[in-house]
Every structure is written in C-alpha cells, then in structure tokens.
Write a protein that binds this ligand. Structure first.
Ligand SMILES: Cc1ncc(COP(=O)(O)O)c(C=O)c1O
Length: 363
C-alpha cells in the first residue's frame, strides 16, 4: 500500500497546475536556455575564457562589487568565503543564524573541512538583530546574514537593522558576508537596489537557481583580493570543472529573463498567503510575506494533512505541495515560493482549491 506521504507526492505530480516555482525541473529548462546560443561558442576551460569571465564581470557590475567568481554551488562558495575571512583575522570563528544553510544542510562542512567554530546568533524563530551581534564573542571573524532567512519562512530584518549591523561590524574589524541565495527576491520589500544592499557587505553570494531558476551555480563577489583567494580555494575544492558553461549560459539566460520579475513574485506571494490565511486552522509564516516565499503552518498532524492536501489536489487539479513536514505531533508545515507558474493557474481553479481546502480543514 502507498503511504500517505507517497500518495501526496503522487497527487501533486499529477496536478495540471502548480502554485509554486517556475516550471518542472526537466531537460527543457536547459534546452530553452541554449536555444539562441551559437554552436561554435567556445567553452570555458578551468575558470578561464569569455564563457565564464564575461558573466563573472557582468555579475560583479550588477552586484556593485569589484570582482566575482562563478561556483558550481553555493555550499562551496560560502564555506570558502568564510575560510578566507577567518584566515585574514587569524581567528577560526564565524557567527550566523541557528538555522543557517551552513549549520543544518551542509554536513558540517565548515567545521570538518576548515576547522571553523560557529557562534549561533539569536534563537531559531527570530531574525538576527544588532543586539545579537553586539553580544557575541568579539573574536568572530565574520558574521553571515541570510536574507531572506529561508527556514523561518523567508523573514527579513528591516533595512535600518542591516545598516546598523554593517556599521558595527566595520567599526569592530568583523567581516560581513551575505548569504544572498534569494537576495533578489527580497529587494521589492526593501525598496532598495541590489547595489544598496550589497554595499553593506564585504562579500556576497547569489544563487543562480532559486528565484532566477537556472540549473545550478552561484556567484561569489567581493574585492579583488578576496576573489583572487576564492579562485585558489575553488581549485582546491575541485570547483574548477574543466567547463562550467552549461550552468553559466543557463544562469545568464534565466537571470535576464527573471531578474526584473521579483516584484511580481512578491505580490503573488502576498495574495496567495492571504488565501491560505483565510482557511480554518491554517496560518502563514510570516503572516504577510516579505519576499516571494512563506511557510504554510497547518494545525493538524502531518499524516492527516497529507491526506487532505492529496484530496484537494486531485479534486482541483491545483498543486499546493508535494510534501509536509511535522513541527510536532499536532502541527505541520510546507514551504511555498512563488515564480512564473502562479500567473498561469486559472483564478477559478485557485479559488476552487482554497474552497476545498477550507471545507476539509473544517470537517
Ligand atoms: C540560503 C541558502 N544558502 C546556501 C545554499 C546552498 O546552495 P547550493 O545548493 O548551490 O549549494 C542554499 C541552497 O538551498 C540556500 O537555501
């Protein structure tokens, strides 16, 4: 017998429309990106050649930094960034949020590969504030801020807090690194340009496959000395693949396609969160999204919720989620992140899905 989680995944996969994301992650994503690329275009070779260097230069300019380097993954890029800042200060200690990607999703790479100790700022349900940074061990080489903070529904500190943390770090010889996997998605809330945000940080990482929706890859940007060291570490980590152009050309294609759509995704997120919040026993975190993402919290156990979601999806043809995660024995959640898919869902289908969801939650 198929269990409830598998049945939920199957129901989601069989829907005609999905509320989250851009489109299925299939080979078409790569083919579309390459449709206008000249077949004679030269590949990059071990980090050199215009296929990689032109994009790095373009992204450095976009982020308002001196230099940038393309990495196969954000995991590799950020561990390296933090290692460089620790070496500079000769103190192997960094500080970040307890639910940082580095702390919970990277098998302790920072600690095991680099011997770096981590200081956890604030409690797991809050965003980092200036007082958290002021209260930390002054030996810290670098503070990492993840904007938006994914594991708590994409919450953000206000811009004044960012400015204050940046000022404090500069005065106290502490580097500030931006885990900006989804930073473009946060700009409409801040009402700031990407340069205005990046100016507050010594180093910046941007993912090529979150809101941008490329295949994979990351940009790390900073001053020339920092990027020179990053390239050495990239080689040490085996990140200098002989050619990265499939990732780079697709990153560039989807960057151009989507970089100016983030305000639309943000508006969609606010509208969709309001629909979830109108259902009995459902709330979103945050209540009003501050980016294109939010978490949906359901006041029912995981198994029961999976059954409800599977039925709603079958009856409405609208995909809400393919999974749920338990918070405790009585509550569960899933993540929603808005992209190109949502505007293609007919409004009457969305309304039907939420009517059914509300009815089943009340039953
Ligand atoms: C906030 C954040 N930082 C870093 C990463 C790591 O990115 P990558 O998957 O490219 O290693 C992710 C990936 O999900 C992320 O969400």
């Amino acid at each position: 017998m198929v269990n409830k989680m598998e049945a939920l995944k199957k129901a989601y996969d069989e829907t005609s429309y999905q509320l989250s994301g851009h489109a299925p992650r299939n080979v078409k994503v790569l083919k579309q990106a390459f449709q206008d690329i000249d077949e004679e275009t030269q590949a990059d070779i071990y980090g050199t050649g215009s296929a990689i260097n032109d994009f790095e230069e373009k992204m450095a300019g976009f982020l308002g930094k001196e230099k940038a380097v393309f990495f196969p993954s954000g995991t590799m890029a950020q561990q390296i960034a933090l290692r460089i800042w620790c070496d500079e200060k000769a103190s192997a200690k960094v500080a970040y949020h307890p639910l940082s990607h580095l702390e919970i999703h990277e098998e302790d790479g920072l600690k095991k590969l680099h011997g770096i100790k981590t200081v956890l700022l604030t409690d797991k349900d809050s965003v980092i504030q200036l007082d958290d940074v002021k209260a930390m061990d002054p030996d810290v080489s670098c503070v990492l801020l993840e904007l938006p903070q994914r594991e708590i529904g994409g919450q953000l500190p206000d811009f004044e807090t960012l400015q204050a943390i940046s000022g404090y770090c500069r005065e106290n010889d502490i580097r500030l690194h931006l885990d900006g996997a989804r930073i473009l998605e946060a700009l409409p809330f801040y009402g700031k340009s990407i340069e205005e945000v990046c100016r507050l940080f010594d180093s910046v990482y941007l993912s090529m496959y979150k809101g941008i929706g490329g295949i994979a890859g990351a940009i790390l940007a900073g001053d020339a000395g920092f990027i020179k060291s990053s390239k050495v570490w990239k080689k040490r980590h085996g990140g200098d693949l002989i050619s990265l152009y499939p990732y780079i050309f697709s990153a560039d294609y989807y960057f151009e396609l989507r970089k100016d759509r983030m305000a639309n995704y943000f508006e969609s997120a606010k509208g969709l969160a309001a629909q979830y919040n109108s259902c009995k026993g459902i709330t979103t975190l945050p209540a009003v999204p501050v980016s294109n993402m939010f978490h949906v919290h359901i006041n029912k156990p995981k198994e029961e919720t999976a059954e409800i979601l599977a039925e709603v999806q079958q009856d409405s043809e609208v995909g809400l989620s393919g999974y749920v995660r338990a918070i405790d024995s009585a509550n569960c959640y899933f993540e929603v992140s808005l992209g190109d898919a949502y505007p293609n869902v007919p409004q009457e289908k969305v309304d039907l899905a939420f009517r059914l969801l509300d009815e089943k939650m009340k039953a």
